[in-house]
Design a protein. Structure first.
Length: 117
């Protein structure tokens, strides 16, 4: 017959209330501590999507020619991977380049245009 383990919540409530700390409660709290330590030591880095977007932004920048003004639709044609991309996706990628001050952005008749900085 399997014994039912107590939950983390029950173990924490027992300790907070000043109840007796049994071996079962101690084991449960040590397991909770170990899982929290493991979570905190994970290396935080860019996700796969962030890496892919950074690569796409770099390809856009490499494909852009100096002194040429590009509309969002034009950028989709510059990079084959973006041929099917939405204008929102392209705008988000361009925003990364604008923030990095590699590209300038200007609104012309309500539409964003981009130029190599």
């Amino acid at each position: 017959m399997a014994t039912k383990k107590i939950s983390y919540v029950v173990a924490l409530d027992t300790v907070i209330a000043g109840g007796e700390i049994t071996d079962e409660i101690r084991e449960r709290l040590e397991a909770l501590k170990a899982s929290l330590e493991k979570r905190n030591t994970r290396k935080a880095g860019p996700t796969k999507a962030q890496k892919a977007n950074a690569e796409l932004a770099e390809k856009i920048f490499e494909a852009m020619e100096p002194d040429v003004v590009y509309a969002t639709a034009d950028i989709g044609k510059l990079v084959p991977e973006l041929a099917e991309a939405s204008s929102q996706k392209i705008s988000a990628l361009m925003k990364k380049l604008v923030t990095a001050e590699r590209v300038t952005s200007e609104k012309v008749k309500g539409k964003a245009t981009y130029k190599v900085a």
